[in-house]
Write a protein that binds this ligand. Structure first.
Ligand SMILES: Cc1ncc(C[n+]2csc(CCOP(=O)(O)OP(=O)(O)O)c2C)c(N)n1
Ligand code: SF4
Ligand SMILES: [Mg+2]
Length: 295
């Protein structure tokens, strides 16, 4: 039986951490480790999850966990897996939890190299759409229009001028063994993908949208709702890539209200009607691609 909220391991492996209330990233780490279990070796680069999880003398992981260099999540995963294999240990999951900055910007070459070698690792990117741990700077996964400390909103500039990079499709273009997108708003879907990835040999990549109430400007009890809304209004999609094919896992019957999704968040408060229309048209272009290329 596939893992779900009812069958999930009751043991906590990410517990007592210092994340802000309502942190989507910590929910992603906690749930993934409950699926993978105690034989997981977690690798975390610089970012919120390592900052809140390793507070000497408290280690907030019930499994083995280590901090890597900011750029080196995937290389350290490769090393951990090789080291364990050399000792004859085969029953483990080398799993990385890196933020959007640590993945799509500084960690991209290490990840690309690991996929090229098809190293037997699971890389999970928790995407809160900015460099949160250092005070909300733009990354290449910050969406168009979002206000960050390096993409301010004022008279001349209305937040981030660039679109969000598509890491899922970049990783898929490598011909990776398995890749998926997810959202903390759809946890059963995420759990199934983590479980599936844990049984596949080679490099696995899961990209999960993990709202950050502090950086997005939403209430701490809105994290899961906003993570559902981004999928329901079509600005994010739940999909998999395997054996050279894309599969769409969930198709909203009718898209939710994009303006309502944006206006709930302080980071998008400044957007004009024209900006919102730009976001809607790029969503529609993306879905034309999905409709043509995904099963
Ligand atoms: C080489 C290097 N450059 C910069 C930093 C500073 N730094 C630490 S965490 C961080 C932000 C990480 O952002 P992201 O990967 O998106 O994770 P988040 O904090 O959002 O969880 C930065 C820039 C660092 N630790 N090492
Ligand atoms: S700043 Fe955001 S990502 Fe970092 S711990 Fe707080 S809620 Fe989580
Ligand atoms: Mg981030």
């Amino acid at each position: 039986m596939a893992v779900n909220a009812k069958t999930l391991n009751e043991t906590e492996f990410f517990y007592g951490h210092k994340a802000c209330a309502g942190c989507g990233g910590s929910l992603a780490v906690r749930i993934a480790l409950k699926v993978l279990g105690e034989n997981s070796i977690a690798v975390l680069p610089a970012g919120c999850m390592s900052a809140v999880g390793f507070n000497f003398p408290q280690l907030c992981f019930g499994n083995n966990a280590i901090i890597s260099t900011f750029a080196g999540t995937a290389s350290m995963l490769t090393g951990v897996a090789a080291g364990l294999r050399a000792q004859g240990i085969t029953d483990f999951h080398a799993v990385g939890f890196a933020g959007d900055g640590g993945t799509a910007d500084i960690g991209l070459q290490a990840l690309s190299g690991a996929i090229d070698r098809n190293d037997d690792i699971l890389y999970i990117c928790y995407d809160n759409e900015a460099y949160m741990n250092t005070g909300i700077q733009k990354s290449s996964l910050t969406p168009f229009g979002a206000k960050t400390t390096t993409t301010p909103a004022g008279k001349n500039i209305r937040g981030n001028l660039r679109p969000k990079k598509n890491m899922f499709e970049i990783v898929a273009a490598h011909g990776i063994s398995y890749a998926a997108t997810a959202s903390v708003g759809y946890l059963n879907d995420f759990m199934k993908k983590v479980e599936k990835a844990s049984k596949i040999k080679g490099t696995k990549y899961i990209h999960i949208i993990a709202p950050c109430p502090t950086g997005w400007g939403v209430k701490t009890d809105e994290t899961v709702d906003i993570a559902r809304e981004v999928v329901d209004c079509g600005l994010w999609y739940l999909a998999e890539y395997e054996n050279g094919q894309y599969t769409l896992n969930y198709r909203p019957n009718q898209f939710g209200d994009v303006a309502a999704y944006l206006q709930k968040q302080t980071r998008f408060k400044h957007l004009t009607e024209e900006d919102i229309q730009t976001i809607i048209s790029s969503r529609d272009t993306k879905w034309e691609f999905i409709n043509q290329n995904f099963h």
